[in-house]
Write a protein that binds this ligand. Structure first.
Ligand code: 4AD
Ligand code: MG
Length: 456
């Protein structure tokens, strides 16, 4: 059996060839003699129109019912579809009480759907978002494949806080678990077999170890942050695309890779050869407006100057922009939306504003890093050259108050064949939100986790 998408995009079979489809009923319309139903298996945003030559065949179909339909695929005379299924036989696989089914046809609010995130992929919006994630991850894979990168997998359980932001979730064993061997002491609470452990906030440090041996690596991995912020761009569990590679010399080399990867994603999301999708229009517009030009780069120092002079003239910002202070989201938005009118890389931030691992510039004050800011979103990517000089790195660790013994393995990478290297991390849900024009990243992942949210 084929998926509905496969059937819809294949040439029309001969009228006498029987086809079978499986799916869930999205709507039913009954007339005196005939009945119509839209059935979707989630493979195609519009589903397929099923025509029941005898209305009684559709008797037990209600929204949400799962069915197997057998019939013939014909050219459709109706508007909005070019093929329809003329049904010969119907088999109900699972009933759905129309009074209680939570996904009614009426407009459902995003909040309501979040409460039903186990059923929300049945909606067109969430199903098509899942396909967008699929397309974007394939696109990214293709991009790195073509550029000689190895796709690797890094640990989720780790002993370090890569970003040093104190946003790690500490893991604790279930204290009711029995010891592994009789005679062993029960594991101490809050410890991983006797050692403190956390859920990873970023794969970067482990990627650096891999880049120090196989040169070019990337991964798409879950990351966890104990973020309390209730914004439309923060999750407690999100996916990050991270790449790391050796023998790169300037922060602009890293920016070039990021820019090319995102342009590739826009090209692939805008590609309509497999039929259009709800996001194709937006992706095509972004592709035409943004993917066809070079993205500007501005240093943090120059960005602050621009912000300060705009502030002086307008008093438009709530937060005063000044050298040494972090860019607030109102500043980031202004830089992308008003100054650059498109994506913009802001480079060379003061060392104190950034994590310990970024490479110190010759001025002794700033680091070789960048944030990529997008209109309507703010920060999408962060990256840098990494400090490959052991003495500079130990210095930076001390300044950031890290215990160097914890990071001895990381310093080893600088002791044995250290190489200049760099990389970046891109928030996958933020990319989906930007490409798909989806307001909140809670709608950019199937089962979102955020502070205060009950899990399922
Ligand atoms: O800027 P961040 O914190 O950088 C790092 O973690 C680096 N170690 C990455 C690297 O260089 N390998 O996070 C990178 C990106 C952000 O730009 C943002 O898009 C996303 O990850 N991100 C989040 N997305 C959703 N929810 C959150 N709580 C996020 N925190 C960061
Ligand atoms: Mg960042």
């Amino acid at each position: 059996p084929h998926t509905i998408r496969q059937l819809l995009f294949a040439p029309l079979p001969d009228a006498h060839v029987p086809v079978k489809i499986h799916g869930w009923v999205k709507s039913v319309r009954r007339q005196k003699n005939v009945a119509f139903a839209v059935v979707s298996d989630g493979s195609h945003d519009k589903g397929i129109q099923a025509v029941f030559p005898n209305a009684s065949q559709a008797r037990s179909l209600t929204n949400g019912t799962s069915v197997r339909l057998e019939g013939r695929l014909l050219a459709s005379p109706g508007k909005g579809q070019d093929k329809e299924l003329r049904v010969d036989s119907v088999e109900v696989l699972g009933r759905s009480d129309p009074e209680k089914y939570p996904i009614q046809k009426k407009e459902l609010t995003v909040e309501y759907l979040r409460e039903h995130c186990h059923l929300r992929p049945r909606t067109d919006a969430v199903a098509s978002m899942l396909w967008l994630r699929h397309i974007v991850s394939n696109s990214i894979r293709g991009f790195f494949e073509n550029n000689g990168f190895c796709y690797v997998h890094t640990p989720i359980i780790t002993a370090n806080d890569c970003e040093g932001a104190g946003e790690t979730f500490r893991i604790a064993p279930d204290s009711t678990l029995a010891p592994v061997h009789s005679g062993d002491a029960a594991p101490k609470p809050s410890e991983f077999f006797g050692h403190p452990a956390y859920l990873t906030v970023s794969s970067q440090l482990h990627l650096e170890a891999l880049a120090a041996s196989i040169s070019r690596v990337y991964t798409l991995s879950p990351c966890f942050r104990a973020e309390r912020s209730q914004t439309n761009r923060h999750l407690a569990e999100f996916w990050m695309l991270e790449a790391e590679w050796a023998f790169t010399q300037t922060v602009h080399d890293v920016c070039n890779v990021v820019e090319a990867a995102i342009k590739q994603v826009l090209d692939d999301a805008a590609d309509k050869s497999e039929g259009s999708n709800p996001w194709s229009e937006r992706a095509a517009k972004l592709q035409a407006e943004i993917a066809t030009r070079d993205w500007p780069r501005i240093t943090y120092a120059n960005a602050v100057e621009e912000l300060a002079s705009f502030q002086q003239a307008t008093r438009a910002f709530h937060f005063e922009p000044a050298w040494g202070l972090p860019l607030q989201s109102e500043h980031e938005r202004w830089l992308a939306e008003n100054l650059a009118k498109g994506p913009v890389f802001v480079t060379d931030y003061p060392a104190e504003l950034k994590p310990f691992y970024m490479r110190l510039n010759d001025d002794g004050k700033t680091v070789a890093c960048f944030d990529l800011l997008m209109p309507g979103l703010g920060e999408l990517v962060g990256g840098s050259l990494r400090e490959e000089r052991e003495d500079h790195l130990s210095n930076a660790m001390r300044k950031h108050g890290l215990q160097t013994d914890q990071y001895d393995w990381y310093l080893d990478l600088r002791r044995y064949g250290s190489a200049p290297h760099g990389g970046f991390g891109l928030g996958f849900e933020r990319l989906i939100s930007w490409v798909g024009g989806i307001e909140n990243i809670r709608e950019c992942i199937a089962m979102p986790r955020w502070a205060g949210r009950m899990l399922l």
